[in-house]
Design a protein around this ligand. Sequence first.
Ligand SMILES: N[C@@H](CCC(=O)N[C@@H](CS)C(=O)NCC(=O)O)C(=O)O
Length: 223
Amino acid sequence: MAGKPKLHYFNARGRMESIRWLLAAAGVEFEEIFIETPEDWNKLRNDGYLLFQQVPMVEMDGMKIVQTRAILNYIAAKYNLYGKDVKERALIDMYTEGMADLNEMFIVLPLCPPDQKDAKIALIKERTTDRYLPVFEKVLKSHGQDYLVGNTLSRADIHLVELLYYVEEIDPSLLANFPLVKALKTRISNLPAMKKFLQPGSQRKPPIDEKSLEQARKIFGMK
Ligand SMILES: N[C@@H](CCC(=O)N[C@@H](CS)C(=O)NCC(=O)O)C(=O)O
């Protein structure tokens, strides 16, 4: 029997967090191997396990999968979170790519110089309320169903709800004008697998703190 997937990354959200969310939604237990020192990082690279010398890397089903999107695509396809046909998949891909663009703004925010942080947060807020959430509110309104695509849970729902938690961390009022999106968040958060993941003590990661940021900088030799 295949063992649990092994996730190689830092003990932080970064690019691995969506993978943690998706596995949790699929009810898949996973192990985490944290890169904590430059030595850990060099060993992982020197062992030849990282196709592009980058993480995230997930060991799963006899493969060492890299590239965040490739990992997410594999998990979504394997656990039936990727639509029932190519048309549903196209919708899921469109929604997911939009979400990935917004998520990227959150991922790079901690690396932003302090004097630019307020402007970046303002841009995230504007994009959230003016570009992304109106789309998902409209989609939900257009079909009146409980999930974004095909009236069934897909990765699009999971990625959106993950993002909504980040949006609320910067300003909970940003969801105020999106009642259907808010209801989706509640619905997904109440699914048993998600409920478990949202409990304190799960493998979900908090916002990165200065100490972890410093550690990541050291590992990569960043200034
Ligand atoms: N396109 C890649 C980007 C991965 C990436 O930039 N990973 C960073 C850590 S979050 C990394 O490994 N940086 C080291 C390097 O690029 O040398 C993905 O989505 O997986």
